[in-house]
Each structure stands twice: as C-alpha cells, then as structure tokens.
Design a protein around this ligand. Structure first.
Ligand SMILES: Cc1ncc(COP(=O)(O)O)c(C=O)c1O
Length: 387
C-alpha cells in the first residue's frame, strides 16, 4: 500500500519519536505524583521543572512565568477569563480581532454574557490587523487586548510588536494566542511585548492534551482551576507529568531545528505553490506572502469545491484541510477568509496545506502530482455538470 502523505500540520503534528522516548519512562516506572515528597514524587517534580525550563528557554521567558495547562483552548480561556475576573484595573472592555481561533472568539462571546464589552477589530485583504485600528478601539475601560500571533488557517503573522507597544503605553494587558507560531518560528515574549501567551504541545510534535501559558511576572490573573496548590496555586490539578515531559522535549527539539525548518520548509512550500499555479492556473495564495509562517499554504483554486477536494485527496492518500480542524465538517464558510473580504466562491475553493520538517522533498513532489490530478478531475466534472 502506498504511504499516505500528511499535509495537515496546522491541525496537529505527529509526535516526534524523541518526544515519545522522553515520555515513556513517565508512563511506566517514573509514575510519581510531582507533589509527593518521596523519591517517586521528586523524580516527577524534577522532570516537570526541567520541562518548564525548556519551554521558558524557547520563549525567552523565566521558568517561573510558565504554567502548564491542558492545551491551547484552556490557555486562551484562562487568559481572557482570568484577566476579566482579576480586577487589575477598572473596566470591562476587551479588544480582539475577527480572525481569532474559536477558543478566543467563543470565550469573548461567553464573557459578553457576563457583562464584558468586546470590540472585534477587522483585518485587511492580506489577513493582517492594522495596529492603528487596535489603538483606536482601545479606551480607558479596556482591560485586555488579545491578538493571535499567527493565524491557524492562513499562517499570516500579526504585527504584535507594534500592538505590544500600544498596550504598554496605555497600561493594558496583551495576550497572544501563539498556538500556531510556537515551534515554527522564533517567538520571544520580551520582543513581542506580551503579558500572556498561549501555546499547545501537539502543534509542534509534542503530545496532545498539554499546553502552557506564559504569564509575565507580576501579571494579575484569577485562577482558572481551583483545588490543590499546584503551579503556584494558579492552576490546580495533579500535573500531567508525561505530557509535560513531552512538551519540554518538543520545545528543545524546536529550538534545535528552527533555522532549518524556516528555510527548508519555506522553500519547499514556495516551490509547491509556484508549481501548482504553473500546472493548474487559477490558483491564488490567501493572505500575506510576506508575513506568513513558512509551514502554511492557504490556496484558492478557481472552480473548485474545497470540501469535495479534501475528500478526493484523502482517497488518493493526501491529507489536507479546508481551514481550521474545528470548522471543517461544518458548512459555515471560513470566518477568517470571509473577514479578509474574499468572495464566497474564493472561500469555498480554498484548501490549506500545512507542512513540517518530517515532509520530504519526494513526498512534496508526490503530493503535487496528486493535487494536480484531483483538481483537474474535479474542475472537469464541474464543467461537465454545468454544460
Ligand atoms: C490558533 C489556535 N488556537 C487554539 C487552538 C486550540 O488548541 P488545542 O487544540 O491545544 O486546544 C488551536 C488548535 O487548532 C489553534 O490553531
């Protein structure tokens, strides 16, 4: 049987073998509870703290500023709800964008029901938010600005440094959902000027169900989970030691592989896009080409129905998606592409290819042939159905 090709790394990534190896002892004999004082517990505690240092190092943070969570969704929920409930300054206003992940957008909606006022700032045709619009949206009652670092559908990177400067100047906390960027490009919390940052292990070859939040020292944040005194009383619950160890290993691997990933994957992605346009015509890149993760290619194919293409490609052994995993399967058009002002037929004809360092040149060549064949076939069928 032909090996399947996985080009859906924005949805999730394969757990790296080195990550799995690092985790296994903590699923077997080193099963201690990190809060226990005996040797079993101390072993687990040491592993948790080592992982915390690795994650901190990846982000340019201090280890005390890293808190482990169950993933990106929890971190996003906690950042928004935690600031809203912290009362660090008077106000109930949150500024965010129209292209955030549902973990942020749905949480904003839930907070609106609790009395928050939320401004959803638009983006331009390239999928970027204008920092001036963020500045204009913020007022004396604004308690939080939440802008994602890189978008999960387009890979477009937001001008966070400029937004960070605005937030600092006004004394407003800044959160970023960096679930898609951490492990793919260099993310430096001090350079970005963020107070809170969400990340998730399974997006960069770590295990699922583990994530973290960077909380800048001195940031007031109401606890999200109450119970035991784990994570400096900020996130109760027995630590997911194997998951944390896996996240730490993934962070170390990412730090080692950055340079190579950016150049190699970016080049393969650009060649893939150019070849599709050359061979098929009627292919356009959705979002800024300049400010984009090297791992993502969101393309619209003229005369194609994206959902049908995902199924046809899967039957031919190539896994891609139409957008975020959460919204695929629903008939709602992508809120991200729609917010960028793309016409409905362009949104409908879009596919997201997302790459990682496991993708070889051979695989990319093979995937290209499959995509060309499938798109031509579906376009032909559509043409016949119309004539
Ligand atoms: C930008 C972004 N934020 C948050 C999440 C949720 O992360 P998790 O799957 O770890 O809950 C995702 C996952 O798709 C994402 O892409």
């Amino acid at each position: 049987m032909k090996a399947r090709i996985y080009l859906d790394n924005s949805a999730t990534t394969r757990t790296d073998d080195l990550v799995l190896e690092a985790m296994l002892p903590y699923l077997r004999d080193r099963f201690g509870n990190a809060s226990s004082i005996h040797t079993f517990g101390q072993e687990a505690r040491a592993a948790v703290e080592e992982a915390r240092c690795s994650v901190a190092e990846l982000l340019g943070a201090d280890a005390r500023e890293i808190i482990f969570t169950s993933g990106g969704t929890e971190s996003d929920n906690w950042a928004l709800r935690g600031v809203f409930r912290s009362g660090y300054r008077p106000g109930n206003h949150i500024v965010t964008t129209r292209i955030e992940h549902p973990a942020v957008l749905a949480t904003c909606k839930a907070l609106e029901a609790e009395g928050a006022e939320v401004t959803y700032v638009p983006v331009d045709h390239s999928g970027r938010v204008d920092p001036a619009d963020i500045a204009a949206a913020a007022n004396h009652r604004t308690i939080l600005i939440s802008v994602m670092h890189a978008n999960n559908e387009t890979g477009v990177i937001q001008p966070l440094e400029e937004i960070g400067a605005i937030a600092r100047e006004r004394g407003i906390l800044l959160h970023t959902d960096a679930v898609q960027s951490v492990g793919k490009i260099r993310v430096d919390v001090r350079g970005l000027g963020v107070d809170l940052l969400s990340l998730s292990g399974h997006k960069f070859h770590g295990p699922k169900g583990i994530g973290a939040m960077f909380v800048r020292q001195g940031t007031r944040l109401a606890p999200f989970m109450t119970g035991g005194s784990q994570e400096r009383k900020r996130r109760a619950g027995t630590e997911n030691v194997p998951g944390i160890v896996g996240l730490g290993a993934a962070a170390r691997l990412a730090a080692e592989r950055f340079a190579g990933l950016g150049v190699r994957t970016g080049t393969l992605r650009d060649e893939f896009e150019a070849a599709l346009e050359r061979r098929l015509g009627g292919v356009s890149v959705n979002g800024s080409k300049e400010h984009r993760l090297p791992t993502v290619s969101n393309l619209s194919f003229q005369g194609l129905e994206g959902e049908a293409a995902v199924i046809a490609l899967d039957l031919d052994g190539v896994a891609v998606s139409t957008g975020s995993a959460c919204s695929s399967g629903s008939l709602e058009p992508s809120h991200v592409l729609t917010a960028m002002g793309l016409r409905p037929e362009v949104v409908q004809g879009s596919l997201r290819f997302s790459f990682c360092w496991h993708n070889s040149e051979d695989e990319m060549r093979e995937a290209l042939e499959v995509v060309v064949k499938v798109v031509q076939r579906l376009r032909d069928l559509r043409g016949k159905a119309r004539s």
